[in-house]
Design a protein around this ligand. Sequence first.
Ligand SMILES: [Zn+2]
Length: 259
Amino acid sequence: MITPMNALDFIDAELTQASAPRVSRKPLFLFLKEGHKALIRPLSELKDAIVLRKHNKWSEDPNERVNAICAKEDGKDCIYCQKAVNDKKMNAQMYFYLPVYVHGVVDQATGQKLTFTKKDENGSETTEAISGMRLLELSAYGTVGKILKSFREFMREDDSPIVTELDFTLTQVGSGQKKDFVLMPKMPKAMPDHVKEIATALDLSEIRARILESCPPVVAEEGYSHPAGWESKDTDPAIKAIVQVVNNGQELDDTITDW
Ligand SMILES: [Zn+2]
């Protein structure tokens, strides 16, 4: 027999979830700084890169910055496409997301391997060398356009192997206006087993979902726009309101005082 759930069950479930430490999300993108040199192995061919249109507008004011996958990629009306009618900088651009295995990143100034802080479910932190699956976010424009062009030109060579058959070094030279990237192919080499395992298990639709999660689209709905980061929750509004009150540390107003 199925026991019907009542509001208290939902409240308990929500409270447990709210007080649980945030499950650590694995880093998704490869970020480099000046002088950083990464040794990478593409995990899929360039033709299998994930293609998504994205609105990207930089502003001095963090609240004005836009970094959102176009809602049309989800088959919905996009607020930024509407804004792009009057603001060309708001236009969506085509982005290519290439999954790569990062063997490691070295800071050329110190010769040290770069690390990142990893938090586990219990909130304890460990420092690990950067390695594992990351995405290269590429477009034909801007500084990253150079990386895309290098990959493409490499593939045009008649006798060139496919990109998954060799490692590349990717180095960031300079920063700011002088920022540039240098992509250099290494000699073709069999994929190590631990990398092959990751390449075989690669789930492109899951990666696509994670990209949408980190650069959330904003849907245009009859003149109403959700703020960035908004996500729909299917919880009953009444229960949600109760949970909200409980979360805010207020007591439920179940005592009638105005007889
Ligand atoms: Zn759009």
